[in-house]
Write a protein that binds this ligand. Structure first.
Ligand SMILES: Nc1ncnc2c1ncn2[C@@H]1O[C@H](COP(=O)(O)OP(=O)(O)OP(=O)(O)O)[C@@H](O)[C@H]1O
Ligand SMILES: [Mg+2]
Length: 343
C-alpha cells in the first residue's frame, strides 16, 4: 500500500499547512522565519525534521505546540490541524488540556527543563496530577511506573532523587517519562540526543523506538543529524532557510535524494555503516538568516548544480520528484544526485 493510500484511509494525527511564523525585527516590522511549511505526521508514525542550525526546526515545533507567542513571535499564516482540531486560533485555556495528554515535547538540555528543587518523582507526579487529575498516591505510583518504563534501574528508589543525581542520559529518560506519563498522542523530541555521547545517544534512540512500539505514540523527531534519523524515522522533512526543501520516505531521502541540499547533508554524514560515495564534506557557505534570504532558490548560492539566470531568479515550489519525494528545486529532474549506500 502506498503512503498516499494510507493517508486517505486514516487522517494524519498532525497536519501543518502553509505554516508561516514571524518574529519582530528591529525596524518595527515582522520577519518571516518559517514560511509555508506543510507536512503530516500519521498515527504512530515517526517523522524527522532535519536541517542545519537555523533552518527553522525548533520554531516549527514550537508553533505546533502553540508556543510561538511565548517566544515573542506570531503565526502569520497557515494552519496546524491536530487530532481533528485546528490549533492556530485555539484559546490558551484549551491549550492547557492539549499539552500533556495531546502532545508533549522534550528538549536538548533535559536538566534545564527539570526543576532542581524537586525530586524527579514529584515532578512527574505533578504533571499527571495537573493534566490527568490523579490523586497524590496514584500520581506517585504512576511516576514509578514511568521511570521503570524508561528503564531507569531501581525506579522505586530513584523516584525520590533530585535531578542533579542523574547523568545527562538519565535526565533525558526522566524528561521522556514526564512527557509520556500523560499518554500523549504526539511526542516532539527536539535534538534529544545531541548533548549526549554516542553510546548514550544510541540507548535513548532505542528507548524511543521501544516506547513507540509499546504505546503507539507518534513521533516528530527534530535533528540536524541525518545519521540519527536514519535509524528511527519512516519519513523525513528537510528544512532549509525556513521552508521545506524536500520531504519523502526515509528510504527515498537517503537513497534517492532529489534536492542538492539533501544530497549535501548526506555527504556530510560521519557514520560507519552509512557510506557516502564521496569524501566527507560539509556544504560550503552557511545558511542565510531570516530577512536575508536570497532571491530565487534560497539554496542557490551554495548549490553545486545552480544554473545562473534561472536558480537565482525564480523561487521554486515544492513539487513531486521521484517515487515519493517532493523537492523544491527547479533542476531536480535534470540532475543526478548522490544518496548514501549502505555498507
Ligand atoms: N525568539 C526568536 N526571535 C527572533 N528570531 C528567532 C527566535 N527564535 C528563533 N529565531 C530565528 O529563527 C531561525 C530559525 O531558528 P530555529 O531555532 O528554529 O532553528 P533550528 O533549525 O532549530 O536550529 P538549531 O539546529 O540550531 O536548533 C533562526 O534564524 C533564529 O535566529
Ligand atoms: Mg533547534
Amino acid at each position: 500500500m502506498t503512503e498516499r493510500q494510507q493517508e486517505t484511509e486514516a487522517p494524519p494525527l498532525l497536519e501543518t499547512r502553509d505554516l508561516t511564523v514571524e518574529f519582530p525585527n528591529p525596524a518595527g516590522g515582522w520577519t518571516p522565519v518559517v514560511q509555508q511549511v506543510s507536512f503530516t505526521v500519521g498515527q504512530g508514525e515517526s517523522v524527522a525534521l532535519v536541517g542545519e542550525s537555523g533552518s527553522g526546526k525548533t520554531v516549527t515545533s514550537l508553533a505546533v505546540m502553540g508556543l510561538t507567542g511565548v517566544m515573542g513571535g506570531r503565526v502569520a499564516g497557515g494552519s496546524v490541524h491536530f487530532d481533528g482540531r485546528e490549533l492556530t486560533a485555539l484559546p490558551e485555556r484549551e491549550w492547557r488540556g492539549l499539552r500533556g495528554p495531546g502532545m508533549g515535547m522534550i528538549f536538548q538540555q533535559p536538566i534545564r527543563s527539570l526543576n532542581p528543587a524537586f525530586t524527579v518523582g514529584d515532578q512527574i507526579a505533578e504533571s499527571v496530577r495537573r493534566h490527568l487529575g490523579f490523586n497524590r498516591k496514584a500520581a506517585r505510583t504512576r511516576a514509578i511506573e514511568m521511570l521503570d518504563l524508561v528503564q531507569i534501574p531501581r525506579a522505586a528508589e530513584r523516584v525520590d532523587d533530585y535531578p542533579h543525581a542523574f547523568s545527562g542520559g538519565m535526565c533525558q529518560r526522566v524528561m521522556i517519562a514526564m512527557v509520556m506519563a500523560c499518554n500523549p498522542r504526539l511526542l516532539i523530541a527536539d535534538e534529544p540526543t545531541t548533548a549526549l555521547d554516542v553510546t548514550v545517544q544510541e540507548r535513548i534512540l532505542q528507548l524511543l523506538r521501544e516506547l513507540q512500539e509499546q504505546t503507539g505514540v507518534s513521533l516528530l523527531f527534530v535533528s540536524h543529524d541525518l545519521a540519527v534519523v536514519a535509524e528511527l524515522c519512516q519519513k523525513v522533512i528537510v528544512m532549509y532557510a525556513g521552508e521545506v526543501a524536500e520531504q519523502g520516505t526515509a528510504a527515498d531521502i537517503f537513497l534517492r535524494p532529489r534536492h542538492p541540499y539533501t544530497s549535501g547533508l548526506l555527504a556530510a554524514i560521519p557514520k560507519p555503516g552509512l557510506r557516502s560515495d564521496r569524501r566527507l564534506e560539509a556544504i560550503p557557505g552557511s545558511i542565510p538568516a531570516p530577512g536575508s534570504w536570497p532571491a530565487g532558490c534560497r539554496f542557490h548560492d551554495r548549490c553545486p548544480h545552480r544554473e545562473p539566470g534561472r536558480c537565482d531568479s525564480r523561487h521554486p515550489d515544492l513539487t513531486p520528484a521521484g517515487p515519493a519525494n517532493e523537492a523544491r528545486c527547479l533542476r531536480t529532474s535534470e540532475i543526478e544526485l548522490q544518496g548514501v549506500t549502505v555498507a
